[in-house]
Design a protein around this ligand. Sequence first.
Ligand code: HEM
Length: 456
Amino acid sequence: MDERDNTKQYEVPQQPGPVAPAAPQETEENHSGGLGRRALLGAAGAGIAAAGIGGYALGRSGGPNAQDPVTLRYDYRGQRQSGILTPAQDYMFTAAYDLRTTSREQLIDLLGRWSVAAEQMMAGDLVGGEPLANRQAPPVDTGEAWGYPPSGLTITFGFGATLFQTADGQDRFGVADKMPQVLKDGTPRFANEALRPEECDGDLLIQACSNDAQVAMHAVRNLTRIAFGTARLRWSQMGYGRTSSTTVQQETPRNLFGFKDGTNNLKVEAGEEALNKHLWVAEGDDPAADWMAGGTYYAARKIRMLLEIWDRLRLVEQEEVIGRDKRHGAPLNIPSPHGKDEFQPVGLEEMDAEGSPVIPMDAHVRLVSPSANNGATMLRRGYNYTNGNDSLGRINAGLFFIAFVRDPRKDFFPVLRRMTNEDALTEYIQHHASALFAIPPGMGSADTFVGQKLFS
Ligand code: HEM
């Protein structure tokens, strides 16, 4: 006989009562920005019905003015590569490859075949057309996005230092003299990092972003298949819940510490002058690497977040570590109960009644802000990741941090140095991988492969 007590009521522990006067409770009616969760679910359901296929959610692709993320389609060709300033999609699948060939022709051939396939997939087409013509041959396209809309897919290609020369200085493909100085200098070492070399850098990079995880997976899988025999996967990472916004049209998402992330990002609305200053490589930046003009640099950090330790911090401590309030993302200088406008200026100079800075000296937003780093500014475009759990039963998760910058030596490494040395956040995170790639400009209408100028 079953001895279990089926009448017992289980309860989730409730938040203890407030020790200070409680802030007015928010309702869906007074919620200031974007769609509430229930509204979002309804909207996502409508999206699924309209598309006629599962697996889509309007999610955090945008605020109220955003376009339908499922039917969104971006052009592969253009002055710049897509997937950088493009409104950050909900999912990312990124992969780095090691070349298995010493032939320049084979490398160019791979870049050409990748470019053709990328253009087809971004248009929502199958790689190589309909596979039904010959049922006796393996289909050219693997099929898992067959009939799916483009879902805002972007595919971005990059070149790593080892594409240009080997560790002992051998010119691999006749392009060593065109290697950007940024890649020659490489990524410096930082405090508190425990890097795994096999998960760092690589010869070639592919970043696929989409509002459907399966569309992003399909892109990387097919490009990997095309590379068979020429390039082999070195590392890859799936990411979700974009941790940035690249336009003010997007609602700010949250990272796995539960905080809004991407509020003070460099966004398209910053204007051409700011973007040219901090994002895009200009002619003359590096005379040996003039093929990079119009491109940018990709610097990534795979950062494990120690969720179980973080979750034991009191709310007030969590907010002091970040420097912003958790509910709305408003900077701590906005009087308590914190204002709802996350976009209020961060008051780094403001003092409390005891004469201490309202935003602590080791708060994340203080240490990484442009004003504390000689104006260094980056376009953040990272994603949350979860890779199962570790042997201690802790969720293996974190932030796949990505910055796009004109020059990482000015706009990224000094900020990362400050963060790894002084940031209160450091106690709750660990850097596990790092990657640096040159992102060439976009493919012109007459180009046949990405990065063509490098080889001409
Ligand atoms: C797991 C690691 C990290 C977490 C949890 C995290 C979280 C946050 C949060 C919650 C914000 C405030 C919202 C915003 O303005 O976007 C923020 C801002 C920012 N973060 Fe991070 N971040 C992490 C890593 C990094 C790294 C590696 C860098 C670069 C070195 C960085 C650079 C920035 C910058 C530049 C800002 C904007 C600061 C400002 O101007 O106000 N973050 N981060």
